[in-house]
Design a protein around this ligand. Sequence first.
Ligand code: FAD
Ligand code: 2HG
Ligand code: ZN
Length: 501
Amino acid sequence: YGSTAGLVQRNPKYSTLNDEDVSYFEGILGKKNVIQDEERLVAANTDWMHKYKGSSKLLLQPRSTHEVSQILKYCNSRCLAVVPQGGNTGLVGGSVPVFDEVIISLSSMNNIVSFDKVSGILVCEAGCILENIITFLDNEGFIMPLDLGAKGSCQIGGNVSTNAGGLRLVRYGSLHGNVLGLEAVLANGTVIDMLKTVLKDNTGYDLKHLFIGSEGSLGIVTKVSILTPPKLSSVNVAFLACKDYIICCWTDQNCFNTCDVLMELKRLEGKLLQEAKRKLGEILSAFEFLDIQSMNLVLNHLEGTRNPLPTMHNFYVLIETTGSDEAFDKQKLEAFLLHAMENELISDGVLAQDINQSSSFWHLREGIPEALMRAGAVYKYDLSIPVDKLYNLVEEMRTRLGNVANVVGYGHLGDGNLHLNISAPQYDDKILSQIEPYVYEWTSKHRGSISAEHGLGLMKANEILYSQSRETVQLMASIKNLMDPHKILNPYKVLPHSFSS
Ligand code: FAD
Ligand code: 2HG
Ligand code: ZN
């Protein structure tokens, strides 16, 4: 189980759900939206990794902002703790109850409210599934600035609440830039309308940012307004292998010593990224990497996958370009690839010839979390680290853990975001004590972030001080106190227990 689950105590100040509460909710939502069915509760109490499990007895499905407001107003007055839940694809134990918190699912609030074809501004309800928004926009000739492997289940409200990064951030930036406005309901039921649909608005403090990435701890997001870019006609995807000096070392013992080889590998990956940014410039739309261990996991655990290159390599990079001129974009990409080959930055590579091939390349990258799930227990770390040092941590963890676990490294290299995953047959406290706090201390020492994109949730609530100063966390706690004085929203998550109780 997660590093803090089991260590937290239920806060006795929270009320326990009773029959009168259930009758009240049935009165405002109707019986069918007040769910006590065992099977549905098990699913809503369990996170995507099956690592965190709560014991909530109630799942509420409001259909409007007004209903969310009524629910929260009541819960606040009764001191009933709640967990806002979107698609439940979060990876830090934030989307499920820790104990018996009432689950408020946004799934039934899934309407597109408006779309302006001139500006590309979309307004929708928080429960819209990301993939449905992507399809809607595609039909209108636009794209979402956000894309991620969980798109089939995650909801835009969940994406905004975690400030999800994903596969296109290198091109379109974070949701702090793309979300123009939102509507949220505070713990006491007050509806805050910040649903702006303009690009520029400097009237006072821009409070919408408090809700972007606060993981349901300050309010429930009910509507979102997003700036979407037009869909461009030419998309290219290349799957590349980075020069493999280690194999060279194995075949010729005198070639390099291992240390020099590793230094060289890291330098080359960093160089490839630098060159891609310089040479592909405005058309670069993704720069993802995976190591051979990640590749092997996918090939072994996901049916129908195959290595698009004739041999295995130690590192792979997926590059996507998106532009408006097919001939020009292809020429640019080919010139870049030729340059990378000539300078031995890559040792092999293949350019997708059609949409099926590009999807199969993407599947290799996006399928890693699923493959890890199938392989057994997994410890996940989502870190921002300066690119030139990023892979050192993976190697250090391999040395620390020896053969007790499979350490894999992949992620959004273009954003300096490493997904360090440690796969083991089952969860084991001995393994955990080899990983934590080492990973957090290492990241902090390199001035990185212990959560690049997944948030803190339950898993890392007590670790925030590795990435934020005490004064900053104190200010966060004061804001939490102001906005949710009874602390009914997503308790035990985000902030350390010593600051938030
Ligand atoms: P949930 O998991 O339901 O909730 C996440 C958090 O947000 C919880 O704290 C919850 O309380 C809160 N929340 C949810 N909805 C609301 C709301 N309406 N108002 C207030 N609070 C709310 N993340 C990335 O950043 N980048 C990736 O590339 C990425 N890829 C992934 C791939 C896979 C296969 C999986 C399983 C996960 C991935 N994730 C990624 C993590 C996850 O998908 C994202 O964090 C996603 O944004 C969560 O959305 P959700 O609707 O599932 O939210
Ligand atoms: C991704 O980029 C997700 O695939 C998930 O953020 C990362 O599972 C992980 O560690
Ligand atoms: Zn990611």
